[in-house]
Design a protein around this ligand. Structure first.
Ligand code: ACO
Length: 324
């Protein structure tokens, strides 16, 4: 028998305010047509004034607990992926712990920008496989609207706010790739690419939180190659190839990157969960949001083989293969 981290519940939350592309036409030299054709994005959600990352995380976590039919007392640990915390410290994880009324166990944040959820999921899986925890709440939550330069048309039209959450629980599996749960992971980073995507402020530099800066074109060229490669590595580790994939649940940064990666993997687009049109790029929240929406739409079903893949600032990139 092999210990597995199996998904027991999923949930998401999007702030009420929906901003269509046309809003940006009022203040920037841009158009709905440019944004749609270059990125696939049609609208995104922005958090209300005073609404924080831990507020979004709380709503998503509540939905995931409801979906799992679990009480908060059953959760041993919380891992939150975010690059837009409420405060420099404490972690969004501990703030979420308080908000959901969890008075035992532990909570922490993982920061790997858009690859954050893949990193968080891998860490949560390791906590379960090591026997440290039986049940882990894994959250991706972001308020990227707070780090936008509203005068930079090349970035501010691309991002949105939101949160998604999964609950993983230990179960015994047979040890082969037919088991439910996390089956393999592949994580990578390369700090030499820092200038492609970064925030130009921070505690030990400017003392403020800064604004996002991106060389979109250069990043685009890295993305398809690295995403395909990490997905293949994770699949190969468990003796599977692209044909086994029921769903690619990609980081939702750009429809053209998503299409390019699916094509290179030989997976048709009707087996890719797409939310980029409605959410924009929500960084670490995009994969759990897409998983939750995919389940809600009736696309993802128990037993399906899912490949998640993401790339973001660092650069950091990776992939997790799991059976739902
Ligand atoms: N409206 C109109 N024109 C614009 C806009 C805009 N909003 N933004 C840029 N342009 C212009 C540029 O100024 C440029 O004009 P020029 O040719 O006169 O210089 C032209 O459009 C083309 O710009 P490119 O950057 O070459 O456009 P591209 O086709 O590469 O699309 C985009 C830009 C959408 C950013 C794309 O490069 C991309 O998606 N890159 C990857 C970004 C990414 O994946 N980021 C997320 C990963 S990491 C994370 O999620 C945090």
């Amino acid at each position: 028998m092999t210990r597995r981290a199996v998904v027991k519940g999923v949930g998401h939350y999007l702030p009420e305010r929906i901003v269509p592309n046309s809003e940006f036409e009022k203040t920037l030299d841009t158009s709905d047509e440019w944004i749609r054709t270059r990125s696939g994005i049609e609208r995104r959600h922005f958090a209300a004034e005073g609404q924080t990352t831990s507020d979004l995380a709380y709503e998503a976590a509540k939905h995931a607990l409801d979906n799992a039919g679990m009480s908060v007392d059953e959760i041993d640990a919380i891992v939150v992926a975010t690059s837009t915390p409420d405060l420099t410290f404490p972690s969004v994880g501990t703030m979420l712990q308080k908000k959901i009324g969890m008075t035992r166990g532990f909570a922490f944040d993982v920061q790997a920008v858009c690859a954050g959820f893949v990193y968080a999921l891998t860490n949560a899986n390791a906590l379960i496989l090591s026997g440290q925890c039986d049940t882990v709440l894994v959250v991706g939550a972001e308020t990227f609207s707070r780090i936008m330069d509203w005068e930079d048309r090349a970035t501010c039209v691309l991002f949105g706010d939101g949160a998604g959450a999964l609950i993983l629980k230990a179960e015994e599996g047979s040890g082969d790739n037919t088991d439910r749960g996390v089956l393999s992971a592949d994580l990578n980073s390369d700090g030499r690419y820092k200038d492609m995507l970064f925030v130009d402020g921070g505690v030990s530099t400017t003392g403020d939180s800064g604004k996002l800066r991106m060389q979109g074109n250069a990043l685009f060229r890295q993305a398809v190659e690295k995403l395909t490669s990490t997905a293949h590595t994770a699949l190969t580790k468990i003796g599977l190839n692209d044909d086994a994939v029921d769903w690619i649940v990609p980081h939702q940064a750009n429809i053209r990157i998503i299409q390019g990666t699916a094509k290179k993997m030989g997976v048709p687009m009707d087996r890719v969960i797409l939310t980029v049109q409605d959410h924009g790029n929500t960084s670490a929240a995009s994969i759990p949001l897409a998983l939750s929406v995919g389940v809600e739409r009736g696309q993802i079903k128990q037993g399906d083989l899912i490949v998640t893949e993401a790339i973001g600032g660092g650069l950091a990139w990776g992939s997790v293969v799991l059976r739902w």
